[in-house]
Design a protein around this ligand. Structure first.
Ligand code: G4P
Length: 531
């Protein structure tokens, strides 16, 4: 038992969120370097090759040089076993990106210092906020001209609604970047542009009391600005409060440059101290303790056809409690069956390693013969655990989809349904009519290409997509109290239904949503569907 507790308590499972190009891949590579998982010395890969290396599960990824799927990276550092949940790093992301956050215990938010909070950070942040997980901020690219530091913090507070607490403070930026001031230790860490990929930067630590050395290293102008800023900061910023950090109410902020490897290790060390080991999760109102309880996990992602040779489907599970033993029987709660999980594996980039054991906090991929759905629970046969479902995230792009050859109706319906079951797309119908016309909703437009590609290649069905102008979808929370026939919306509003017959509304803009709510008092609309 103590061994299990030890293993679980050293787990740190987190996702990295950022807007594309903020430096997520570079930072991840540097983390791996510190963990000794890879040896990058002198060979930091160019973006194109790095992305190829991450995954080539699908042809479409290769063709475009992007990663549609996500993977998990595991490495050890300073007595911790770290699981980084990598998410697709391209402009168009899918629901998988959101779902991955459901499997993480905390999130690292990478922000480009010259850009501040960007669109995708905002979206991902919303999901973190919904779960109340701790968020750690790494403000990257300090070696380039950055926005004013106070303004950057202000923007995070205002735009994302989270208090900030700088753990360190940058001294200049761009060509005049001199290093950071550590607020807790009250010393300066000087910056030197290290060789790409090497671990040891030539950082010197200088106490704030050693004025002579500071003057020599960073110069009198930078020192005087720093002193003013520290005084201002000490008077203005939130006090560091670990409890608030762990509740996701306060984000510790670090500054650095992932590319030149400055500030990365300090960040990692502090992060590991502040982030928690796997926390209890709720099952029907009861908290399941990661250490005390036997094995349990939930499915957060399903990926089909990762291996073209065998049409396989992999279900990704996040272990929430106990130890997973490959030989032991488990219960698939939703299916009501006791079984052994087939080919349990760790999915690291494009490598797969068969696992014999894993612990709470870890992610495993198992072969799925088509029985799992997103949100399902598996647990020890004697237990009855059912984790709360994963919410359905609002698609932002819609299209009407038709098969070109009407003779292929059956394959078309089968394919669309299976791809929807994996959670890659959501399907809807016209309100009060049959399945003749299918409306597909996706979180990222790339999913349309994936849908087209997969229907053609896996189901031999050619389709036509007709984009629709809607960008907002709302579930009706109190559908029993609302007479849909009488609902008075705006002229551009569209009523649709999901496959269970639940009514939904599509809107072109926010204004129409507000107007519809105003015209129909008592109508409760929601951005997330129930999982
Ligand atoms: P992403 O995963 O968030 O999309 O970003 P990624 O790490 O791929 O970084 C995007 C670009 O920003 C890359 O340049 C990368 O080298 C650069 N970058 C990352 N961190 C820093 C930093 O701290 N300072 C500076 N100056 N640049 C940084 P690229 O030219 O697009 O690609 P590459 O050919 O250099 O790999």
């Amino acid at each position: 038992m103590s061994n299990i507790a030890e293993e679980i308590n050293k787990r740190r499972t987190f996702a990295i969120i950022s807007h594309p190009d903020a430096g997520k891949t570079t930072l991840t590579e540097k983390f791996l370097l510190y963990g000794g998982a890879i040896n990058l010395a002198g060979s930091v890969k160019g973006k194109a090759t790095a992305r190829h290396a991450v995954s080539d599960w699908m042809e479409i990824e290769k063709e475009r040089g992007i990663s549609v799927t996500s993977s998990v990276l595991q490495f050890n550092y300073a007595d911790c076993c770290i699981n980084i949940l990598d998410t697709p790093g391209h402009q168009d992301f899918s629901e998988d990106t959101y779902r991955t956050l459901m499997a993480a215990d905390s999130a690292v938010m990478v922000i480009d210092a010259s850009k501040g909070v960007e669109a995708q950070t905002r979206k991902l942040f919303k999901v973190c906020g919904m779960r109340g997980i701790p968020i750690f901020t790494f403000i990257n690219k300090m070696d380039r001209d950055a926005n004013d530091t106070f303004e950057l913090l202000d923007e995070i507070e205002k735009e994302l609604g989270i208090a900030t607490c700088p753990v360190n403070w940058p001294i200049g930026s761009g060509k005049r970047f001199k290093g950071v001031y550590d607020r807790h230790e009250k010393h300066v860490l000087t910056y030197s542009d290290t060789q790409k990929g090497t671990k040891e930067g030539e950082t010197t630590v200088i106490s704030m009391e050693d004025e002579a050395l500071l003057l020599e290293s960073i110069g009198d102008e930078a020192l005087s600005v720093l002193k003013d800023e520290i005084a201002l900061l000490d008077g203005a910023s939130a006090e560091f409060d670990l409890e608030a950090v762990r509740k996701g109410k306060l984000t510790p902020v670090f500054f650095g440059s992932a590319l030149t490897n400055f500030g990365v290790e300090i960040f990692l060390q502090n992060f590991l101290k502040m982030a928690t080991a796997p926390l209890p999760r709720s099952s029907q109102g009861e908290l399941i303790d990661p250490v005390e309880n036997a094995f349990s996990a939930f499915v957060f992602k399903i990926q089909a056809n990762m291996n073209k040779a065998h049409r396989d489907r992999i279900a990704f599970m996040r272990i929430c409690s106990g130890r997973f033993d490959a030989g032991a029987e488990v219960k698939h709660v939703q299916g009501g069956k006791v079984m052994r999980l087939s080919q349990p594996q760790q999915i690291m980039a494009d490598e797969r390693k068969i696992l014999n054991e894993a612990y709470a906090g870890d992610i495993i991929g198992v072969f799925d013969p088509g029985i799992f759905s997103i949100g399902d629970t598996v647990c020890a046969p004697k237990d009855n655990i059912c984790y709360e479902g994963i919410p359905t995230f609002a698609p932002e792009h819609f299209a009407r989809v038709r098969q070109v050859d009407t003779m292929k109706r059956q394959q078309f319906i089968k394919g669309v349904n299976q791809i929807a079951q994996e959670g890659a797309i959501q399907i809807f119908q016209e309100f009060n009519t049959g399945m003749e016309e299918i409306i597909v909703g996706v979180v990222g437009v790339l999913q349309f290409d994936v849908l087209k590609y997969r229907l053609e290649n896996e189901y031999n069905v050619e389709i036509k997509l007709e984009p629709l102008p809607y960008e907002h979808i709302r579930w009706i929370e109190n559908r029993d109290e609302v007479d849909l026939e009488k609902l008075s919306g705006t002229s551009d509003m569209k009523k649709i239904q999901d496959l269970k017959g639940n009514p939904l509304l599509l809107f072109i803009n926010q204004w129409s949503i507000g107007m519809t709510q105003e015209r129909n008092k008592g109508l409760v609309l929601s951005e997330f569907g129930r999982g």
